[in-house]
Design a protein around this ligand. Structure first.
Ligand code: PCA
Length: 210
């Protein structure tokens, strides 16, 4: 079967019992499949390197049209497609394997950063449709495992010839206390549909002053 979209979420970390990203991914997949979108989902471990390797294996296996990795961003109040992944590992807390890299590259001698190849502006615009879900473009995915997976994904898609044409990116969702996972799921499904039907991103403002 041809897969339209591969969606990943993360396992719990930092002592929390659940991770809203994985909950939202499971619900979004149900919604997308109901709408005829061939959807594959994957739960990733919160481990530097390993998570990106597992995502890469799934991308090679399924060769989807789109890859949308997701993670939890505690403290954010809206759903945030990330604009850019950076070549930095700097862990404030150990990952689930006990690793705490500080100021390490994700990929030795890799480029400083990679832009998302998803239409992030069009995706945010779609969040404004009825019923609206709060969200905005984010200018940083941080320096922890989410950025690590995002960078490794973009590096893979940019450098592995057999995967040319596959678009990918990352979306952070808020904690369930900030936004119910059903709403994050609705946002993810809507953004996937938008990305599948949008080749050229919308030229709308989505910047920030700080
Ligand atoms: N959020 C973390 C890693 C896993 C997750 O869900 C992050 O933002 O890096």
């Amino acid at each position: 079967m041809t897969i339209d979209v591969l969606l990943s979420g993360f396992a719990p970390f930092g002592g929390a019992p659940l991770n809203a990203s994985w909950q939202a991914v499971q619900l979004a997949a149900r919604e997308l499949r109901e709408q005829g979108v061939a959807t594959q989902i994957l739960e990733l471990p919160v481990e530097f390197g390993t998570a990106g390797q597992q995502l890469a294996a799934a991308v090679r296996e399924h060769r989807p049209r789109l890859v949308v990795a997701t993670g939890l961003a505690a403290g954010r109040t809206g759903v945030t497609p990330e604009r850019v992944a950076i070549n930095v590992r700097d862990a404030r807390i150990p990952d689930n394997a006990g690793e705490s890299p500080v100021d390490q590259p994700v990929v030795d001698a890799g480029p400083v950063g990679y832009f998302s190849t998803l239409p992030v502006k069009a995706m945010v615009a779609a969040l404004g449709e009825e019923p609206p879900v709060p969200g905005s473009v984010s200018q940083t995915a941080g320096t922890y495992v989410c950025n690590d997976v995002f960078y490794l994904l973009q590096h893979l898609l940019a450098t592995e010839q057999g995967l040319a044409g596959i678009r990918g990116g990352f979306v952070h969702v808020p904690a369930a206390e900030e936004l119910p996972v059903e709403e994050s799921a609705r946002a993810l499904a809507r953004m996937v549909l938008t990305a599948l039907s949008t080749q050229q991103d919308a030229p709308v403002a989505g910047g920030a002053e700080h």
